[in-house]
Design a protein. Structure first.
Length: 366
């Protein structure tokens, strides 16, 4: 057992290598939530033929890229902003919106609070409750809103709970926020993995609500975290103008611009990904739902939150048991409102998923 409390992000493979003496190349990361198919064959081949693109500047307006995103999402072209990953766009939005007080639906990704605090704002959390399977109570959430707030932050589907708010529920939230002058930032990083994306995505609502911005990236669904390509969608033209004024030119390099155009049009890869995730997610959920040593919460993303219910086993113990087999899961005890009983893991290839289930069984069902 490690004496100090270590928590590892899905990208911390070098730290894992040092801590456990396991070569990072041999680790299967169930923590990073990245598409297990890797980048598409079409993208791999096409980028190799486009290397000369680095000899010229990209289009400053990224028009072709935004056209591909428009066709892919159904968003209006003028409502799309592209950036160096969704992280850059979150920071730019916070700089422009400059919220003094934000309400964050959590437990969730910690960088929202960090960016708001760096901008001089403060944060309050609306906690998702375990006794409601971490499903948000929309009317209760709306009652938490008041005119002291100027921003509501929602990850949808949410990380790490993998629960989601529907398109219809989001309308109720947006209407309530309009009453108090509250802007709503929705992070849809995982929405493409959802069983029914159109039931959850708020893209169409950007045509009707000026207090909404949606953030997406290519790190997870398209398995390209190193590409650093993200985009935002908002129907607020003043916000779009302000972000574009603040944004440095050419923050997306020429190869990333070309890669985006290829990825968003690669329907074979998109459909293959959805089929794999949907099939394996349901199989794993049904299997683990039959164990009395754990509780799993019905997932909408490509990952699953699990509560350990076996005595004398906690998240750190299960993490260590799995990592020694080269399988990396996420200890969720550092998330707000979660404790040392919670772990998160994503859907990988069928054989890899079988290996993880077998490792769980050794620790939890023996």
């Amino acid at each position: 057992m490690i004496k100090h409390k270590d928590h590892f992000h899905g990208s911390d493979l070098e730290e894992i290598e040092k801590c456990f003496g396991i070569k990072k190349e041999t680790i299967i990361s169930f923590s990073a939530n990245v598409n297990p198919l890797g980048i598409s064959t079409r993208l791999r081949t096409a980028l190799g033929d486009q290397l000369d693109a680095i000899t010229r500047y990209p289009d400053r307006e990224y028009t072709k890229l935004r056209q591909c995103i428009s066709a892919y999402t159904g968003a209006q072209l003028e409502n799309i902003i592209v950036g160096n990953g969704s992280t850059e766009l979150i920071s730019l939005f916070i700089q422009v919106n400059h919220p003094k007080k934000a309400l964050i639906v959590g437990p969730t990704y910690s960088e929202y609070e960090r960016d708001i605090n760096l901008g001089g704002g403060s944060c309050k959390y609306y906690p998702l409750k375990e006794n409601q399977d971490f499903q948000p109570d929309i009317e209760e959430l709306c009652r938490e809103l008041d005119d002291s707030m100027d921003l509501l932050v929602i990850c949808n589907p949410n990380n790490p709970t993998s629960t989601a708010i529907t398109h219809r529920q989001m309308r109720r939230i947006l209407d309530a926020c309009l009453q108090y002058g509250i802007f709503v930032m929705v992070d849809e990083t995982y929405v493409e993995f959802a069983p029914d994306e159109q039931l959850i995505t708020s893209v169409k609502l950007t045509n009707y609500y000026s207090n909404l911005i949606i953030l997406r990236g290519t790190s997870k669904f398209f398995a390209a975290p190193g590409l650093r390509l993200g985009y935002a969608i908002t129907g607020n033209s003043d916000l779009t103008s302000e972000i574009n004024v603040r944004k440095d030119p050419w923050t997306i390099n020429s190869l990333a611009e070309i890669a985006g155009q290829i990825m968003f049009q690669d329907q074979e890869y998109i459909q293959k990904t959805k089929k794999l995730i949907h099939t394996e997610r349901e199989r794993i959920f049904q299997l683990l739902s039959g164990w009395d040593t754990v509780k799993v919460y019905e997932p909408q993303g490509n990952f699953m939150l699990m509560r350990i219910q076996k005595d004398h086993v906690d998240a750190q113990m299960l993490f260590e048991h799995c990592i020694r087999k080269g399988l990396m899961i996420r200890d969720c005890s550092t998330f707000p409102f979660l404790d040392s009983r919670y772990v998160r893991f994503c859907t990988m290839m069928p054989g890899q998923n079988d290996d993880l289930i077998a490792a769980f069984a050794e620790k939890l069902n023996s």
